[in-house]
Ligand binder design. Structure first.
Ligand SMILES: *Cc1c(COP(=O)(O)O)cnc(C)c1O
Length: 357
């Protein structure tokens, strides 16, 4: 089989060695004599895997001790609701930055819970930049941000300075770069963008801020309940969690987040360099807001689209089509995507200019 260069936005590329280890574990897991997916989640082996996964997440993210990690179901889409249920107090309010489709959805869900102040938005510019967050009134319980906007290809260059705790959807840039976790009360992300196969959502919860919402929270949605059960309140998504663990081990062996960040920056610099150089293309996201994970760009002359599509398809590039709300192209360059794949895309774009420029 020829090698495919996988630029898919999610579910995303995973390291080849992780896929091999995961498939082996599905056939027969280590020396347990059973498949990973037919074994009790209460078995010693799986409990140890879950514990290692939680601990390694904390270690790789560099989280202070007051944080605990959960792997639950429902994806980031349910986290839009649970984050508000656990951290937006009854009768209180929270601030939200509207930087794309996913932030808009987080706002919609939080409104089921309490008062939401959308303090900034780049919607009028089709979300082509990260707007200034400015000062947040202290009567907001938190400021919710989407650190990387997967669809529009924008990302906070720096986390906003905020005088209230931050709650962040980091689905599509988790573990891609280092950041200071001090200002955060909650970090969450669907694992299928940069951590593992779909099925789990990761929550990093500041334990000390829990228990102040003043409402009755249904058991599954209550972080206190989930933490009390060590992320095993009910049957966890065992395959997703175990494969995420394999990816975390891989990431640690690569040198951790700082090392992968340097590689991610090299990949995105290579691609944006070509987007800016090549007269046939233009980027969607404004400089200063460009994402290192998802680069969005388009052809200046749409009549070239069929020819360009055929060129990248022939180069065994997968998943380059842009989201319908932006059009054009989106190259997702998650942790496991090698620099060589980006080079292949850049070569296709340069060759395309020679033939159609
Ligand atoms: C994909 C994505 C989501 C949705 O994740 P699900 O796990 O499918 O609910 C939310 N936020 C961001 C930033 C995403 O990229």
């Amino acid at each position: 089989m020829s090698h495919v260069h996988n630029f898919s936005a999610g579910p995303c590329i995973l390291p080849q060695e992780v896929l091999e280890q995961a498939s082996q574990a599905v056939k027969s897991w280590d020396d347990h004599g059973l498949s990973l997916v037919e074994m009790s989640h209460r078995s010693k082996a799986f409990v140890a895997a879950m514990e290692e996964c939680r601990a390694l997440t904390k270690e790789l993210l560099g989280l202070p001790n007051r944080f605990d990690v959960l792997y639950l179901q429902g994806g980031a889409s349910l986290a839009f609701l649970t984050s508000a249920m656990n951290f937006l107090p009854e009768g209180g309010q929270a601030a939200y930055a509207d930087t794309g489709t996913w932030s808009a959805k987080s706002i919609k869900e939080a409104k089921h819970v309490g008062r939401v102040n959308v303090i900034t938005s780049s919607k009028e510019d089709n979300y082509n930049h990260i707007p200034d967050v400015g000062n947040v009134d202290a009567d907001n319980a938190y400021l919710h941000i989407t650190t990387n906007n997967t669809i529009f290809g924008t990302q906070y260059a720096q986390m906003p300075k905020s005088n209230v705790p931050l709650v962040a959807d980091m689905s599509s840039d988790i573990l891609s770069r280092t950041f200071d976790p001090e200002p955060f009360a909650l970090i969450y992300g669907g694992v299928q963008k940069n951590m593992g196969p779909a099925g789990a959502v990761m929550y990093a919860v500041d334990r000390e801020r829990l228990g102040q919402a003043g409402r009755s929270i249904p058991s599954y949605l209550d972080f206190d309940v989930q933490l009390g059960k060590d992320s095993m309140f009910n049957t966890p998504p065992v395959f997703s969690v175990y494969t995420t663990l394999l990816t975390l081990r891989w990431l640690k062996a690569q040198g951790g987040v700082a090392a992968i960040q340097a590689r991610n920056e090299a990949k995105s610099a290579l691609l944006y360099g070509e987007i800016d150089r090549n007269p046939l293309f233009e980027g969607h996201a404004k400089e200063g807001s460009r994402s290192h994970m998802n680069a969005t760009f388009r052809l200046l002359d749409d009549s070239h689209a069929a020819a360009f599509d055929s060129a990248w398809n022939q180069a065994h590039i997968n998943g380059l089509k842009g989201h319908r709300s932006v059009g054009g192209y989106r190259a997702s360059m998650y942790n496991a995507l090698p620099l060589e794949s980006v080079q292949v895309l850049v070569d296709v774009m340069a060759e395309f200019e020679r033939n159609h420029g």
